[in-house]
Design a protein around this ligand. Structure first.
Ligand code: KIV
Ligand code: ZN
Length: 390
């Protein structure tokens, strides 16, 4: 059965760049945008053009540069925002305006001091106005995660009538559980008249560490776009991580969902974004962390050396990692030591290995990790003659 495509909407340059201390200049943004286009994302949210002249200029330059992806500019449900965004993206091959407003009771009461009826009116006006500039208009219902489903359905229905092509259902505060977020998408699919005219989009924040799980629950329940960032960077605890959702869909083929992302560029893209933003990737980060394919305990190392699949669910090459690594520590066993010794030129017999291993453990108890140079030293100072090495 042919797989359904899930569109990847990358917001590294907008929501991702909202991270304190991660500001990028236009040149850096262009390099990242070019790479995102090569990676195969469907939409690049290039910025929030009204926010500053610098951001306007970045969006404009990205709109000129990008060859394949849709280029999107964010706005509030405010006429001036929409006009400025339209100006910034008008040269793009595929321009999109992303406009919206808060829909939860808390946003309606405290942010806007208004009523539900007035929010629907403003949402419809914003979409209709954006439609006068571009065909492709995405509407976001900010704090949809905490918006009551019945009201959310009314908002969605109204903005579809006004011409919205994509409905973004953000879990702005990262509050939802996967079941709840999935059920929200299902509810909208089943209760919004005209829903087939628009694509439902997941936009999840990671305040409780559930952004990726929620996005996957969203697409299982009918959404067909995921908004995400490289390395999961973004406001507070971040956004859904692009590399995670792409590989989850790829590693679970029975879901019958896939993206157009060239996964072999994931590691390189992650490192590029990390470097440009000065934002290190945690070593245990799924897919792109430095330990994601590193094995250090003896039991795991023995398994991986015999057959990689025993402890790996993905081929590292599929995400751009050249090979899994066998890290030598005091928890490593003989199999790992023999493997690493062989890689640096020593084919040890069983007897030699026993002797070298005792020496190795003494070293390893003093040092966190044994490197190639240490292996030479350990073997040379072990009670075996180098000449007698097999
Ligand atoms: O998290 C959010 O609600 C957003 C919207 C502006 C799309 O980033
Ligand atoms: Zn967001």
């Amino acid at each position: 059965m042919a797989k359904d495509k899930v569109q990847i909407f990358d917001t590294t340059l907008r929501d991702g760049e909202q991270v304190p201390g991660c500001k990028l200049d236009t040149k850096q943004k262009l390099v990242i945008a070019k790479r995102l286009d090569e990676l195969g994302v469907d939409v690049i949210e290039a910025g929030f053009p009204i926010s500053s002249p610098g951001d306007f200029n970045s969006v404009l330059e990205i709109a000129k540069l990008v060859k394949n992806a849709t280029v999107c500019g964010l706005t509030r449900a405010v006429k001036k925002d929409i006009e400025v965004a339209a100006e910034a993206i008008k040269i793009a091959k595929r321009p999109r305006i992303h406009t919206g407003i808060g829909t939860s009771d808390s946003h309606i009461k405290y942010k806007f001091n208004t009523t539900r009826e007035k929010i629907i009116e403003r949402a419809v006006d914003a979409v209709a106005y954006a439609k006068t500039f571009v065909e492709d208009v995405e509407f976001y219902a900010e704090d949809a995660g905490r918006t009551d489903n019945d009201f959310l359905a009314q908002v969605c229905e109204a903005v579809i009538k006004a011409g919205a092509t994509v409905l973004n259902i953000p879990d702005t505060t990262g509050y939802c559980l996967p079941e709840e977020y999935g059920a929200k998408m299902k509810y909208l699919k089943e209760n919004v008249t005209g829903i087939d005219k628009a694509i439902l989009s997941c936009h999840c924040h990671n305040d409780l560490g559930l952004a990726t799980a929620n996005s996957i629950a969203g697409v299982i329940n009918g959404a067909r776009q995921i908004e995400c960032t490289i390395n999961g960077i973004g406001e507070r605890a971040g956004n859904t991580s692009l590399e995670e959702v792409v590989m989850i869909l790829r590693q679970h083929p029975y879901l019958n969902l896939d993206t157009d992302v060239n996964s072999t560029l994931l590691l390189d893209t992650s490192q590029m974004v990390s470097h440009k933003m000065g934002m290190p990737v945690q070593p245990n980060k799924a897919i792109v962390g430095s330990n994601a394919f590193a094995h250090s305990s003896g039991i795991h190392q023995d398994g991986v050396i015999k057959q990689r699949e025993t402890y790996e669910i993905m081929d590292p090459k599929d995400v751009g990692v050249s090979e899994s690594s066998i890290v030598l520590t005091a928890r490593s066993g003989r199999a790992a030591l023999a493997y690493r010794a062989k890689n640096v030129g020593y084919e040890l017999t069983k007897l030699q290995l026993d002797i070298v291993y005792d020496n190795f453990l003494k070293f390893a108890d003093r040092k966190k990790e044994i490197l190639d140079d240490d292996i030479h030293q350990i073997i040379e100072t072990s009670d075996i003659t180098i000449e007698s090495l097999a």
